[in-house]
Design a protein around this ligand. Structure first.
Ligand SMILES: Nc1ncnc2c1ncn2[C@@H]1O[C@H](COP(=O)(O)OP(=O)(O)O[C@H]2O[C@H](CO)[C@@H](O)[C@H](O)[C@H]2O)[C@@H](O)[C@H]1O
Length: 646
């Protein structure tokens, strides 16, 4: 790793003040999480805290810090200034703890002093080290894979933090420690209990929470421990429906997450107040409100920022207005959460329709808003897509950004996937047909490598358009195709899947349940993956499918429209082809069926076109790096503006 540089546009005055976590580098321009830059090397980090002995070399206003270890050896150059042609300080260089790199930096600085030209070259050639500010980032989320996952939120909060940490940020993920009495409890086995406990006042009493911690893949995974997270079921409910105390459980999460950076000495020292909270979905939505209402009036978190990340606006955390007093917020902040149902949505004539809406409060009080694709960032500002929040979101359009999710290449790669019986890649696709044959065997379908195998994976609910699949299946299965569905959700759909297996014995399989290894094998073994989602903020399964050479057929909406390009066999007057799948509209049985039939026809009749489709999908860059860069841009914008103060 080469030089990490922090280069504000122009610094008028600078002050280097140090507390135990952060260098306040510039007066109001940007905060630099010093701890984050060291967090990638825990040993060096704790050593640095214990035995640091800095020396300052002032050289015409320049500032250089060195640290030495207990044997007196120089560990590395920690800090140096960068100046523009007028001699003004425009940035600091933070360098790694390696003698070679340090020497290179010294060399670079000498060169810079001579002419200042080669610095950027040096940066470019040395590991493509980028010029960027690093932050202390706190993800707050109700799920994070592999510890907990019911859907895409878990995937994103399990992989984006790692991508950001690998780019030099100090990253903590705060999530509940769910113990459901099943095997999944083992996933928390490596998290150790910290001595710290916090008392949280909410719901008319004091709740004590514990903190568990695991440092993995460069990220501090912090799990909030409380009896309300210990029960059978998913993070949100069980066979009888959603838990009745979810508002309580996630209020607790938000309070605890706000405490964590202040009180947990992770790797030797706390994250401190100058951090950036990423509040994911409504479960974490109280975080921006708490920063503004509970902490900032007392001078705490004055320089923190918050971003609400909307993965699915259909879920907003709406409860009766009377529950406001339980949330541990000052009475004056009711307006931030106030929500009035339209007349038609009220239960009776005297119902005033008053409620509290947690996601709404996050949209009001967060410094910036991110959604998981550009298409969806527009859709949520429309009456059709905003689920009642469109006007509010439209009014905050200037701070609303769409960033398409990435996928975790360690977990989802056909050449290394531990759940697959055979591996394959864009250079050698032979393993894919083997995966198909093994899947057919596993599902008890006739083993036929020439028969198009169509798959669906997802929650069985209205959003995912399962009703469209159900209505199309009787006609579709008259064709020579096989169809497999994996999902859990609404009972009527689960029953339909079980029932249909008996009707279409040789053509249809329905796997009811949540099973990650099977989801990987379906993604690899199918030829076509369908996603007739009514709305799809981003969608991950189409990204996984394309990475696995499985061609997606998707409704032309939200993130699906942004990520799947329609197959076009006539580009360049027939000389070439483009596209990674098919998008269809309108969302109807007829257009769904017609598009699948075009895909099946292409699969059967145009083998080379099909291979082109597969390969273009596999070539597509869905890595998190691209998205992480865009998140960094939003972080930067968040710190340019003052924080929300009410
Ligand atoms: N029965 C089952 N067994 C095993 N695995 C299963 C499964 N059902 C679903 N999954 C897995 O859960 C994830 C679902 O992710 P999606 O992004 O498609 O949808 P979800 O609606 O949960 O996420 C929301 O958040 C994400 C993340 O931002 C957005 O992409 C999305 O549009 C938005 O609706 C995938 O990893 C999928 O394989």
């Amino acid at each position: 790793m080469g030089t990490l540089q922090i280069t504000p546009s122009r610094i008028l005055g600078h002050k280097l003040a140090e507390n135990n976590t952060v260098f306040n580098s510039f007066s109001g321009v940007r905060q630099v999480g010093f701890a984050s830059l060291l967090s990638r090397n825990r040993k060096a980090q704790s050593f640095w805290v214990k035995t640091r002995s800095n020396t300052e070399d002032r050289n015409g206003g320049g500032f250089v810090s060195r640290s030495s270890n207990s044997t007196g050896q120089e560990e590395g150059l920690l800090l140096g200034t960068e100046k523009d042609s007028d001699g003004s300080v425009v940035g600091f260089n933070l360098t790694p703890h390696s003698a070679t790199s340090a020497a290179k930096i010294l060399e670079t600085q000498e060169t810079e002093a001579k002419g200042g030209v080669e610095l950027s070259e040096d940066i470019e050639t040395n590991d493509k080290a980028s010029i960027r500010t690093t932050y202390n980032v706190i993800f707050v989320t109700s799920e994070a894979a592999p510890y907990s996952k019911t859907g895409g939120l878990g995937d994103v909060c399990g992989s984006l933090p790692i991508a950001l940490a690998s780019r030099g940020h100090r990253v903590m993920v705060v999530s509940p420690r769910y113990l459901d009495g099943n095997l999944s409890n083992k996933k928390f086995a490596n998290a150790v209990e910290l001595e710290q406990r916090s008392s949280i006042y909410c719901f008319g009493g004091t709740q004590e929470v514990g903190f568990f911690h695991e440092y993995r893949a460069g990220v501090d995974w912090v799990f909030i421990d409380h009896p309300s997270y210990h029960r059978p079921g998913t993070p949100y409910g069980d066979m009888f429906g959603a838990f009745g105390d979810n508002q309580f459980r996630f209020t607790l999460l938000c309070h605890a997450a706000c405490e964590a950076p202040l009180v947990l000495p992770l790797g030797g020292f706390t994250y401190g107040e100058k951090c950036l909270f990423l509040a994911n979905d409504w479960h974490a939505g109280l975080v921006p409100v708490l920063l503004a209402a509970k902490y900032r009036p007392y001078g705490v978190y004055k320089d923190a920022r918050s971003i609400v990340v909307i993965h699915n606006i259909a879920h907003q955390g709406v409860e009766s207005a009377a529950t406001y007093r339980n949330l541990g917020l000052p009475p004056g902040w009711y307006k931030a959460l106030e929500w009035v149902f339209p007349t038609w949505a009220r239960t009776h004539a005297l119902d005033p329709g008053e409620a509290v809406n947690v996601l709404k409060s996050a949209i009001v009080t967060a410094d910036r808003i991110v959604t998981v694709s550009q298409g969806y960032s527009w859709e949520i500002t429309t009456p059709e897509g905003g689920y009642g929040l469109h006007e509010l979101l439209a009014s905050r359009k200037t701070v609303l950004t769409g960033i398409t999710n990435g996928i975790d290449g360690n977990e989802w790669s056909p050449s290394t996937d531990e759940h697959l019986p055979f591996h394959y890649s864009i250079h050698d696709l032979s393993g894919k047909v083997q995966c198909k044959i093994e899947l057919q065997k596993e599902l008890g379908l006739p083993v036929r490598s020439d028969c198009p195998l169509i798959g669906f994976i997802g929650r069985l609910d209205y959003q995912k358009g399962v009703d469209i699949i159900l209505s199309a299946i009787p006609e579709l299965l008259q064709d020579d195709v096989q169809f497999v569905m994996l999902g859990s959700g609404e009972k009527q759909y689960e029953d339909w899947m079980r029932h249909s297996e008996a009707i279409y014995k040789d053509k249809y399989r329905g796997w009811v349940g949540f099973n990650v290894p099977i989801s990987h094998r379906i993604t690899a073994g199918c030829d076509i993956l369908v996603m007739p989602s009514r709305f799809e903020p981003c969608g991950l399964n189409q990204l996984y499918a394309m990475a696995y050479g499985t061609v997606p057929v998707v409704h032309n909406t939200g993130g699906l429209r942004d990520t799947v390009t329609n197959f076009n066999p006539f580009v360049g007057e027939g000389s070439g082809e483009e596209g990674t799948g098919w998008t269809f509209t309108p969302l109807s049985k007829e257009s769904f069926l017609a598009t699948i039939r075009i895909a099946v026809g292409t699969y059967k009749e145009h083998k080379s076109s099909w291979e082109g489709l597969m390969k273009r999908g596999m070539e597509r860059d869905s890595s998190w790096d691209n998205a992480a860069t865009q998140y960094e841009q939003v972080f930067e914008w968040a710190f340019i503006d003052p924080p929300y103060a009410g």
